[in-house]
Design a binder for this molecule. Structure first.
Ligand code: LRH
Ligand code: MN
Length: 428
């Protein structure tokens, strides 16, 4: 079942196809001069995918405010509809990463079928022990998996295990565990004992993982804690993952690092030690801004994918990272932001495929600094849009995803159907 009219997409593409063919053929000739077959790159792009966050389908906000838009989704069913729009137009976002209890329903098998009917599957499930739920026995105000209160740790363990059980019904195979646990004052907690409590509780979650599942530990430097965070950086994360076992991997949220941290090197390190589990793609200028991927620092996103293509060619003990978007759409139509972000992410993957790795490695081994840098820069400056559009149109998607989305008047139509979302604050 498609949510947008296929005729609308076909008519929009018909207006664009001649120009696309011209651009694609011209780029094909340019790449062929460098020994690259454009169709081979296009086929890799066609096989690429990134999951969208259910919580990204609605407007996001900050602690100060959230400004809802008419027609935004109000529950997981409407969020899946909007994610289906993104997939139908982009053809690179076939999976949704859900968050619990935000996406809680009574029938998860039914939800899986509902998603499948919309052409969607589920990626990693996300637990939430950073908010208290109505009627919750033990507060997470002073921590969850690392809390000094045993009953609170047990509650957090139980919630994560419940997320695994839900994920099994949805067909997921990863549990993403981000805890906001930390302190706001020096002395508030002991760094070592906090981590030990976290490791002990996390090992109980680990023990509940089915054989083919993974636990993705998500590090974050600060927020909601502003003096120390239990899993604050890739070092704490990889040590915790090594301590927990082979099914524990590290998830890199691009916004969870101090400004100017070399994230692409962190990616290379995590892969080197077999602990690269996945990504939350977004962009930021200051803190965990959760801005659209590639909107502030597209070169960094390219350099991350350059490391991923390098890692894929040197898989060591396995290369299977989960690619997911994690953004907060505070000022745009969330569908438009995720369409543009999927394009930016796929574009950086395509550019990384265009790097002449033989030339790069030769220059690196020969300490020819300029030619090593130029091997990356040459690929980065190539406009890969014709490759992405050709892969999309061949898969039934739109050549111009944003123009076609606007032409569909989806948001205006949903504004007639859906109940308005109340004013509020915070991420969802
Ligand atoms: C924490 C985080 C985490 C999610 C949340 C929505 O900042 O990146 O991945 O659980 O955002
Ligand atoms: Mn994240």
């Amino acid at each position: 079942m498609t949510v947008l009219s296929e005729d609308l997409i076909a008519e929009a593409n018909a207006r664009e196809i001649a120009a696309l063919d011209e651009d694609y053929d011209a780029l094909g000739r340019k790449l062929a001069r460098g020994g690259l077959a454009i169709d081979a790159i296009k086929d890799r792009v066609a096989a690429f995918s990134v999951a969208v966050p259910s919580w990204g389908a609605g407007r996001g906000g900050t602690r100060f405010a959230k400004f809802p838009i008419p027609g935004e989704p109000t529950n997981i069913h409407e969020k899946l509809e909007d994610c289906a729009v993104i997939q139908q137009l982009s053809r690179v976002t076939p999976r949704v990463s859900p968050h619990f209890p935000w996406d809680k329903v009574g029938d998860y098998k039914g939800l899986r079928q509902e998603a499948a009917a919309l052409g969607l599957g589920f990626d990693a499930v996300n637990s939430n022990t950073f908010q208290d739920q109505p009627g919750q026995a033990h507060t997470y105000a002073t921590g969850s998996l690392s809390s000094t209160v045993a009953a609170t740790r047990a509650q957090a363990v139980e919630h994560n295990i419940e997320c695994i059980e839900i994920g099994q019904q949805l067909g997921s195979r990863d549990l993403t565990v981000w805890v906001g646990d930390g302190t706001n004052f020096p002395g508030q907690q002991d760094f070592a004992r906090s981590l030990d409590r976290y490791l002990e509780a996390a090992s109980e979650v680990y023990a509940a993982l089915p054989d083919d599942w993974r636990m993705l530990l998500e590090h974050k430097m600060f927020e909601p804690a502003f003096y120390s965070t239990v899993i604050s950086d890739w070092g704490s994360s990889i040590l915790a993952a090594q301590e927990l076992g082979p099914k524990a991997k590290c998830l890199v949220d691009l916004g969870h690092h101090a400004p100017n941290v070399n994230i692409e090197q962190i990616v290379a390190r995590l892969h080197r030690f077999g602990k690269l589990g996945g990504f939350h793609f977004n962009d930021s200028k200051y803190g965990d801004d959760d801005l659209d991927s590639g909107s502030i620092n597209p070169h960094q996103l390219f350099l991350v994918f350059n490391e991923l293509v390098e890692a894929e060619q040197h898989p060591r003990d396995g290369f299977d990272p989960s690619y997911m978007i994690d953004q907060s759409h505070n000022v745009t139509d969330p569908i438009e932001s995720m369409l543009a972000s999927a394009e930016a992410i796929t574009g950086c993957f395509a550019k990384a495929l265009l790097v002449d790795r033989a030339a790069l490695h030769a220059a690196q081994d020969g300490n020819d600094t300029m030619m090593a840098f130029q091997a990356l820069r040459r690929a980065y400056t190539i406009d890969v849009a014709p490759i992405l559009a050709r892969a999309r149109v061949e898969a039934g998607g739109a050549i111009d995803v944003l123009a076609t989305y606007r032409e569909s008047r989806w948001r205006e139509r949903k504004a007639q159907e859906r109940k308005p979302v109340g004013l509020g604050a915070g991420i969802v």
